[in-house]
Ligand binder design. Sequence first.
Ligand SMILES: [Zn+2]
Length: 68
Amino acid sequence: MKLEFENKEGLMCSKCRLLLEPGKAHITYLKSTFPVELLTCPKCGEVYVPEDLALGKMQEVEKNLEDK
Ligand SMILES: [Zn+2]
C-alpha cells in the first residue's frame, strides 16, 4: 500500500509555523503498521493525517486485509 500526498493546500504545522513536507510516516491501524507517505513537519515531525485517510482509506485498508 502506498499513499502519496502533496501539500496543495499549503498546510502548516501549528506549532512551528512551517510548511508541511511530504515524507515517510507510519500509521497504525488494527494492530498493523503501514508505511505511507504523508505530510510531515520538517522540524518536529508532526504528521498530518487527512480526514479522508482517517476515514475512507482506512476502510480500504481493512478491506484489503480481509481479502487476503
Ligand atoms: Zn512542527
